[in-house]
Design a protein around this ligand. Structure first.
Ligand SMILES: Nc1nc2c(c(=O)[nH]1)N[C@H]1C(S)=C(S)[C@@H](COP(=O)(O)OP(=O)(O)OC[C@H]3O[C@@H](n4cnc5c(=O)[nH]c(N)nc54)[C@H](O)[C@@H]3O)O[C@H]1N2
Ligand SMILES: Nc1nc2c(c(=O)[nH]1)N[C@H]1C(S)=C(S)[C@@H](COP(=O)(O)OP(=O)(O)OC[C@H]3O[C@@H](n4cnc5c(=O)[nH]c(N)nc54)[C@H](O)[C@@H]3O)O[C@H]1N2
Ligand code: SF4
Ligand SMILES: [Mo]
Length: 725
């Protein structure tokens, strides 16, 4: 690191890798290694290394744009802001506040997410706000809440992974989605631990596994039930733990006993010997973990599926104990913090519930408004998008690109086009921004300061490293200006630290308590794990381990528990649930669940299952990474991954265009033929718009609790396409 470089974090995924940024000779900025941040210890993936390319004015927006007929033309900030404020005011006057919609993103900093939620409720008075994390984290969050009374993706730091005996990684392709984290799995194996990967595809991650289980998409719930059945049948339950630390075992046990291994084999395609081997590997060591990601979660039964994997952990005493536990691998840069501070339809800051009178009183007091003026819970993300043009007339969108990333995307695109008015804040002209009436160009990561909370629950300071280009403003400035135009002069500061200070107060006493965290501490301590209450406040009912408890040797080498922590300050909580769970009685709750089919089972007309996901070189809707030459060279476009047997039946050779047709539409992309996928399943990445858009096909069937769409399984048929068609 040289004297002019700034330590900060990557703009993309939830690993939030540390990096140093330094001015480069060509006037831009250069990424240098940063080894003092423990999560990645200097390692970066290609997206992180090339992230400065998106700062370049060659690809990013530098002027507001307003619609003039079929085109977007440059305008002044005042004109653009006036147009948005005018539309918001008119729609509200004509159709009421709930005709105003707000859609946020899990990539937004804590400060932005917090301000956006406040803006919707206080300035607009609308209940209609949700965000893209609904497509990402909501099933894991709902499952964690039910069982543990608290949702923090990982209840322990990543550094605990190499110290456990066995990890079951369910539907996560870490090797492509968080490459630097693969180190933790390598170290696990070096230490004698074992890795089980559950994925219908033999991914780069599955190649690392000691045991790879390849279930049919959408059957993880049955798989977990089958494993639990065997745990009981083989006498591998931890009865003492079940008695002391859990409730509800009998019903769960009964449900699992109905799922015989042979029945589970028929549903999942995973053989009984494989099931037995997995149970042996998971139960024999002293400690073990289950980690889930989008594979099992993005299902119309994602919440129950997460519950089933948690049940497996509880029955074997593998939660709330050192180096054991259930965790979910959060995805977006601020996927964790973004789901805590109020941009979610049912939520107030600090992970409080919008329908809880005490929570409303607390937050309303911080905001200086009457609790009764706060709207109630609104629609979930897909339901909100589906209501555009009918119930919702004007939409403010910040930090998402639903034209590419929402399920049943052609329908969503048509709903967006039917809006009376669309305002988009973005750094680039995304496919959704192209449809807007006004586009506001905003600052991004290296150009502004803010906090994010990584997948471990570690709150981080992402520092500004360079001056933003002329013509762009921050999302916080946008909210400040719009609030002022709508008659709210105070309460929307543009300085991120000032917003964070208010967030601290709003979160105080809530489940995600940030009140003991300051920018200064974040800078000095390289991040602080929540909950972290202000000095003197008690935490005992929130499942946090008592930091003074010397019997917990796990705390001995916590970097955040060293003496430099200011006297009286809470050190933060790297590990949750070691003493008690965050439920009223301190016990984890078993949730009885039973198998059910995917929302859309294959039939004669649509005989194949489509599942979707990611490749290493592209990020999400691709709005940012498709603007980076090096990444496009590595991953130039969409593809359909299919088994040689399916390809042969279709008469398709490698690279031939293949049409994938579902009840929602048709997409075409080149065939990628491989033995690494089940013969009854095809896979498409979702990073591209246009003809190869995977989400043209996906099914918006929603999980009844989390309202998560079923991105990971829908019925399709394949058609050969003659080249040139
Ligand atoms: N390169 C890259 N990295 C990213 C992102 C990105 O877009 N690109 N996005 C970030 C975000 S927001 C997220 S949420 C994470 C997501 O991270 P992951 O969850 O690792 O990513 P996915 O590729 O969506 O899904 C993981 C795996 O689930 C498998 N799968 C599909 N259907 C099923 C099923 O029914 N059951 C099981 N068990 N597995 C199934 C897929 O084959 C895939 O290999 O990645 C983050 N990191
Ligand atoms: N088929 C299928 N679809 C999926 C998934 C899947 O696995 N399969 N995964 C789902 C998941 S897990 C997720 S998280 C979603 C993600 O999908 P999207 O919500 O579309 O996420 P991004 O592509 O990251 O979009 C973020 C947008 O915000 C912009 N942006 C970046 N930083 C800022 C900022 O600071 N301020 C503002 N105003 N804008 C900013 C970016 O340029 C980009 O246009 O996709 C979901 N869709
Ligand atoms: S793994 Fe995630 S946080 Fe790390 S460099 Fe890659 S995209 Fe950035
Ligand atoms: Mo995500």
């Amino acid at each position: 690191m040289n004297s002019t470089s700034t330590p900060t974090h990557c703009p993309y995924c939830a690993l939030q890798c540390g990096m140093n940024l330094s001015p480069s000779p060509d006037g831009g900025v250069e990424v240098l290694e940063r080894t003092d941040f423990p999560v990645n210890r200097g390692a970066l993936c290609g997206k992180g290394r090339t992230a400065p390319a998106v700062l370049s004015s060659r690809v990013r927006l530098t002027s507001p744009l307003v619609r003039d007929g079929d085109t977007l033309v440059p305008a002044t900030w005042d004109e653009a802001l006036d147009r948005i404020a005018g539309a918001l005011r008119r729609t509200r006057a004509e159709h009421g506040a709930d005709a105003l919609g707000v859609f946020g993103g899990g990539g937004l900093t804590n400060e932005k997410a917090y301000s956006l939620g406040k803006f919707a409720r206080v300035v607009l008075g609308t209940s209609q706000i949700d965000y893209n994390g609904r497509f990402c984290m909501s099933s894991a969050a709902a499952g964690g809440m039910k069982a543990f009374g608290l949702d923090r993706g990982l209840p322990f730091p990543l550094e605990d992974i190499p110290r456990t005996g066995c990890v079951i990684l369910v539907g996560s392709n870490l090797a492509e989605t968080m490459p630097p984290s693969l180190r933790y799995l390598t170290e696990l194996k070096e230490n004698g631990g074992t890795l089980i990967v559950v994925d219908p595809r033999r991914t780069k991650t599955a190649e690392q596994a000691d045991l790879h289980l390849a279930p049919r998409p959408g059957t993880d719930l049955a798989l977990a039930l089958g494993l639990l059945h065997l745990v009981v049948a083989e006498g591998r339950t931890d009865e003492e733990y079940i008695r002391v630390r859990t409730s509800g075992w009998e019903d769960t046990r009964a449900a699992a006993m109905a799922h015989w291994p042979e029945y589970v084999e028929r549903i999942t395609g995973v053989s009984v010997p494989e099931l037995r081997e997995a149970v042996r590997m998971f139960c024999e060591p002293e400690s073990a973990m289950v980690l889930t990601a989008r594979g099992p979660e993005q299902q119309a039964k994602g919440t129950d599926t997460v519950g089933a994997w948690i049940n497996l952990c509880l029955a074997t005493g593998r939660a709330g104990r050192p180096y054991s536990g259930f965790g979910c691998l959060t995805g977006q840069g601020n996927g964790q913090g973004g789901r805590e501070h109020g941009q979610k339809a049912d939520q107030l800051p600090g992970y409080r519930k919008l329908d809880d009178p005490a929570a409303r009183r607390h937050v309303a007091e911080v905001w200086g408004v009457d609790p009764d003026s706060l709207p109630g819970p609104g629609r979930s993300a897909y339901e909100l998008l589906d209501a555009l043009g009918t119930d919702i007339r004007t939409l403010l969108l910040m930090g998402s690109n639903p034209v590419v990333s929402a399920p049943r995307a052609a329908h969503v695109e048509e709903r967006i086009k039917s809006l009376g008015f669309l305002a988009v804040c973005d750094v680039v002209l995304s496919e959704t921004a192209e449809l807007a009436d006004v586009v506001l160009p905003v600052t991004q990561w290296a150009e502004e300061t803010g906090t994010t909370t990584n997948l471990e629950g570690r709150v981080l300071l992402r520092r500004q490293a360079i001056t933003p280009p002329e013509g762009v403003r921050s999302d916080l400035e946008v909210m400040h200006e719009l609030a002022a135009r709508l008659g709210v002069e105070k309460g929307f500061p543009t300085d991120p630290e000032e917003v964070f200070e208010e967030l601290r107060r709003a979160s105080a006493g809530g489940p995600a308590d940030y009140s003991g965290i300051t920018y200064r501490r974040l800078a000095e301590e390289n991040g602080v794990f929540w909950p972290c209450p202000a000095p003197g406040a008690a935490l005992d009912d929130r499942g946090a381990a008592d930091p003074e408890d010397a019997s917990l040797d796990v705390s001995a080498d916590d970097p955040v528990r060293d003496e430099e922590t200011a006297a009286g300050a809470h050190p933060g909580t790297p590990r949750l649930f070691l003493d008690r769970f965050a439920t009223p009685d301190g016990r984890a709750r078993f949730v009885p669940v039973t198998h059910r089919a995917v929302a859309e089972e294959p039939d004669d007309e649509y005989p194949v299952l489509l599942t979707t996901g990611r490749v290493v070189a592209q990020y999400q809707s691709g709005a940012q990474t498709r603007r980076v030459d090096e990444l496009n060279a590595a991953a130039p476009g969409p593809f359909v991954e299919l088994h040689p047997r399916l390809a042969a039946r279709l008469g398709a050779a490698e690279g031939d265009p293949v049409a994938v047709v579902s009840r929602r539409g048709r997409a075409v992309a080149p065939a990628r033929i491989t033995h690494a996928i089940r013969p009854d399943t095809v896979f498409m990445p979702f990073h591209w718009p246009g003809e190869g858009r995977a989400n043209t096909l996906t099914n918006p069937a929603l999980d009844p609790t989390s309202r998560m769409p079923e991105f990971k399984a829908c019925a399709v048929r394949l058609e050969a396409v003659k080249s040139g068609n």
